[in-house]
Design a protein around this ligand. Structure first.
Ligand code: 6PG
Length: 224
């Protein structure tokens, strides 16, 4: 594994020869964060993205501690229900609160990234990227199936104590480069939502395999 600093925010790039090596380090990273959070706060709150990243079935978590999306209602109602559930968790202080904007402050948000640089269900140039008040929103026009999705908004993602962004495979290499490289002043960040993941008071760690990192200019910290 090689590690180096990312762009000017508190970020780190971890690059692995294989997806297996990445998975082992990611598991250890999550386990360490969990141990620290439980010691400090008595609990550990983690938000999981969809896609191929997570196969949560192997982790022994009480069902009552898992908050899944209700896909038996309209996508609009699912988003409202989910936001209500998170607000309840914030009210009882299970989920912390960001000091700067009252958003929920997850201990860790675990994200995959698409080849177009989308994260969660925040896609390039989508109006959902502009939302400032909502914690959870819905879209009905996802370019990646299924078309109807709910998603955390950027204010919630950027309020996390830790964000882990995982990208594996050649098809993501350009998006990784554009998301982590220094940008010209007229770069339109909304063209690459992963670049908008910049935790306000938290740390971003990229977990990459060597193919996803193959376009990075790692010699100068991958910040281009
Ligand atoms: O629900 C989803 O699809 C995720 O929220 C999405 O952001 C995913 O993490 C990326 O599309 C990467 O997906 P893969 O890991 O399967 O490439």
């Amino acid at each position: 594994m090689s590690a180096c600093g990312g762009p000017k925010i508190k970020s780190e790039l971890r690059i692995f020869e294989s997806a297996d090596e990445l998975a082992t380090d990611l598991a250890e990273y999550i386990s360490q964060l969990s141990e620290n959070s439980v010691k400090e706060r008595g609990c550990f709150t983690i938000a999981l993205s969809g896609g191929s990243l997570i196969k949560v079935g192997q982790v022994p978590i009480l069902n009552s501690h898992v908050f899944s999306i209700n896909d038996n209602v309209t996508v609009e109602d699912a988003a409202a229900e989910y936001e209500f559930a998170i607000r309840q968790l914030v009210k009882i202080r299970t989920v912390g609160v960001s000091e700067s904007n009252d958003c929920p402050k997850f201990d860790l948000i675990l994200l995959g990234m698409g080849p177009d640089g989308h994260v969660a269900s925040l896609f390039p140039h989508h109006p959902a990227l502009e939302l400032k008040e909502e914690w959870v929103t819905y879209i009905t026009d996802s370019p990646k199936p299924p078309p109807e999705r709910i998603t955390f908004t950027l204010p919630v993602i950027n309020s996390a104590s830790n964000v882990a962004m995982v990208a594996v495979g050649e098809e993501k290499a350009m998006a990784v480069h554009l998301a982590t490289a220094g940008a010209s002043e007229n770069f339109d960040a909304s063209s690459l939502p992963a670049r908008m993941v910049q935790p306000t008071d938290g740390k971003l760690v990229w977990f990459l395999d060597s193919t996803a990192a193959s376009v990075l200019d790692v010699s100068n910290g991958g910040s281009g």
